[in-house]
Design a protein around this ligand. Structure first.
Ligand SMILES: Nc1ncnc2c1ncn2[C@@H]1O[C@H](COP(=O)(O)OP(=O)(O)O)[C@@H](O)[C@H]1O
Ligand SMILES: [Mg+2]
Length: 209
């Protein structure tokens, strides 16, 4: 099974937990789907292209027969994580929940694309621990200047005007991955080329049988 062993909880409040075992093996799920489950964790600045590439890669891989689903920052923040803001503590909790949710998708046999700024290394590391070997960190890498120029949601302009606090790259840090499984240079290349990079990586790492 992917993920941490059930006897290694961290930060668990309850004392009377009994972990139950699934009767469907991870390998049986992979056999049915034709590929293993996993987490493709997209991290990068706002405007780097995480959402654009996540949805394009999802569509592409689905067309090829993969079981694939995107968890996207803004979507999750309007539902599961609606009670969280952008302070370091809330960002940590945002990513903790998403890391756990993505690991559940991976355990269910699905390729889960998680598209979150996730600026703190420690938060991403925790997400990696939740999914274990199934975790693949993908840096969607565009320079701040390019992201700010794109400003697809007008957020950099608002942040520069002081209308948004704790904005990554402007008034809050972004800690780039030190050793990601894949770096996608999304700054000055086409969307199609970036999608192809990721699809090629997935086809190598999660071979369809
Ligand atoms: N190579 C590329 N990859 C991804 N997005 C790109 C690329 N080139 C230009 N763009 C544009 O950059 C913007 C990225 O926005 P978005 O996907 O919402 O970023 P994020 O989700 O990382 O905040 C979109 O308007 C997209 O069309
Ligand atoms: Mg986005």
């Amino acid at each position: 099974m992917t993920g941490r062993p059930p006897n290694q909880p961290f930060g668990v409040k309850s004392e009377n937990l009994t972990i139950v075992e699934h009767r469907v093996a991870t390998s049986s799920r992979a056999q049915r789907n034709g590929h293993a489950g996993g987490v493709l964790w997209f991290t990068g600045l706002s405007g780097a292209g995480k959402s654009t590439l996540a949805m394009a890669v999802e569509q592409h891989l689905f067309g090829k027969g993969y079981q694939v689903y995107v968890l996207d920052g803004d979507n999750i923040r309007s539902g599961l994580n609606a009670n969280l803001g952008f302070s370091p503590a809330d960002r940590a909790e945002n990513i903790r929940r998403v890391g756990e949710a993505a690991a559940l998708f991976a355990n269910a046999g699905i390729l889960c694309i998680a598209a979150f700024i996730s600026p703190y290394r420690s938060d991403r590391e925790r997400a990696r621990q939740a999914a274990g070997k199934a975790f693949h960190e993908i840096h969607i890498d565009a320079d701040l200047a390019i992201c700010e120029q794109r400003d697809p949601k007008g957020l950099y302009a608002k942040a520069r005007a002081g209308e948004i606090e704790d904005f990554t790259g402007v008034s809050a840090p972004y800690e780039a991955p030190a050793d990601p499984e894949l770096t996608v240079d999304s700054g000055d290349r086409s969307i199609a080329a970036c999608v192809q990079d990721i699809v090629t990586y997935v086809e190598r790492a999660f071979k369809l049988k």
